[in-house]
Design a protein around this ligand. Sequence first.
Ligand SMILES: Nc1nc2c(ncn2[C@@H]2O[C@H](COP(=O)(O)OP(=O)(O)OP(=O)(O)O)[C@@H](O)[C@H]2O)c(=O)[nH]1
Ligand SMILES: [Zn+2]
Length: 357
Amino acid sequence: MQNKQLKAWGLPTNLADQTYPRGLIMGRVVGQNHTMYKVKTAADERQAVFSGRLANLAIEAQDYPAVGDWVLLRENTASADMAIIERLLPRHSLFLRKAAGRKSAAQIVATNVDTVFICMALDENYNLNRLARYLVVAWDSGATPVVVLTKADLTNQLTQQVTQVTQMAAGAQVVTCSVTNDTWHSIVPYVRPSETVAFIGSSGVGKTTLINQLMGEQVGQTQAVRESDAHGRHTTTSRDLLQLPNGGLVIDTPGMRELSVLNGDFKTTFADIEDLARMCKFNDCTHTSEPGCAVQAAIQAGHLSQKRLEGYRQLSEEATTNQALHGKAREDAKLARMFGSKKQMKAVIKERRKHRR
Ligand SMILES: Nc1nc2c(ncn2[C@@H]2O[C@H](COP(=O)(O)OP(=O)(O)OP(=O)(O)O)[C@@H](O)[C@H]2O)c(=O)[nH]1
Ligand SMILES: [Zn+2]
């Protein structure tokens, strides 16, 4: 009974079929504001905090609940309207990025997404390398990417751009839309009842505008918080999962100034290059000047662009660097947990050495 309502919110069969400890209530995280979560249960929508944070248990960003997650709640006897998220249920997709700044902490963008709309505007936002960046992260998330070229009314090179994007996004569907005419309908077939879609892309590409179109008559009721940024523009600052009139579920994400790659799926995004690389004479070919390099041969023959190879190289190097940094950040976090802080850790080590002498 309970499950039927939750299925409308995207509850997958494998989670619905499990038995859970008595007294726990299942729900989906539909909003988050710092440490406070908004959870939709079959009966209501309630505020909750995460037990892992209270107990200082969670170690990594991935261990925290995020918008899109399925969780188990425990009623809080001390405070009737504040529940506790006791358990985070397994995810079928996880969109992760490196948090802004030099520290290489991972940050969850959204979870349990079925289709991710990678939005790129056909104005000065148009950038094929950035698109590749979004694609490697999106393919890695487990969701299916669809490239949405927005503001089609602002370009006079539509055909050429669509061709370039289609080549770059091999394997992913590409649609164009504009809200000034009715072409925004091109995204509608991907928004199916009980399935979750997420919109990602730079700030200002028109994500919220598209969501408002999907909301139809409910325009203005999107709950995303709109705040003015430094340039006085309105921008999305919180993440929310909304139910559309057609039963589809949508997650708006704050615009990203930069999407740094932590984990990426290069096999899918750059399948052409990875296929060629397997035919190189040397296993560790760097595709620069080695004899028998199939990648360079493809460039000479005009089957592959040098620019694409450079984009591939840059992104995979970035992923390697970020993973190394991330590994170090994880190690530091572990030490901090064991010793309180790096300073304390050093004090402990010093103390031990003294005793050994
Ligand atoms: N010309 C044109 N303008 C559009 C189109 N879609 C959106 N815009 C405009 O672009 C601006 C930014 O749109 P938003 O929907 O707020 O962009 P966003 O991606 O949600 O931005 P963030 O919330 O900062 O991430 C607004 O002024 C919209 O009116 C379009 O198809 N054509
Ligand atoms: Zn090679």
